[in-house]
Write a protein that binds this ligand. Sequence first.
Ligand SMILES: [Fe+2]
Ligand SMILES: [Fe+2]
Length: 293
Amino acid sequence: MSETQRTAKRGEPGTRAGKHSTQRNTAGVIRRGTPSRAASGDKPKLWIVLPDIHLPNEEPTVINPLLRYLASERWDGAIILGDLMDLNVISSHNDKFPRLTQGQTFRADIDYTNEWLDGFCRTARKRNPAAKLVYLEGNHEYRVERYLDANPRLEGTMELAERLRLKERGIDWVRSWSKGEVFTLGHANFVHGDTCSVYHAAKMVKDYGANVFYGHTHDVQEYSMHRKARGVTIKGKSLGCLCKYDPEWFRGRAHRWQHAFGVFYVWPDGIFQEYTVHIQNGRFTAPTNGVVY
Ligand SMILES: [Fe+2]
Ligand SMILES: [Fe+2]
């Protein structure tokens, strides 16, 4: 694994908080039209980040154009940011309410996700067979571990990494929710997300002390902090979601969810540029090629 692609434990100093700002916010240093050293020399890697899909509750009007975009670019990597699966069928919230999971089975969820991953891997690697794929464990994936905690005799039959054949697919499984593992690209860190507080971006960037990008909250929120002693600026940002806005358990309540995903350029020196792409009415303009999908 290269210097810019690795997993680290949460809070490990090696996450190298926010050096990216050595690009400087110092107005006037970089003149308009003057190419930077990185732009004229080293080539950045291109990554796409997909937050909270919640299969089988993905939103087709959002996922379909996104998959078309995925197929049309030469990606270096893709990150599934957690909660790829909903796993309503084993949610502890439904324990005493069997009607809420009527007709649902764990097997059906696994089959559906495997089929989805077949298409996703093919699409993500269409123009770059060596594209790296990463899957962060979210709290919904963690439902399996909770279920096994209560039903230890099923151990060995439900574990997601095996059931979804992640190793065979060449997908890195990052235990974000249960073990606090962090996936890092240059100076950008990725986790599923730890909190749903109102001002979660501020809490996340303070907790991590580094640039941190996450899902979990299903909204898009950003908070930046300038660290005077180090002369750097770091930020925390949630990247939205790609699931239906009206899951049954929501019962039509108001929310602040937003359909969006992330596109990251990451240079070999760790500097990164990030675009959060909002999808409205099933449509977005891609930041990499200006095409409307
Ligand atoms: Fe989620
Ligand atoms: Fe989550």
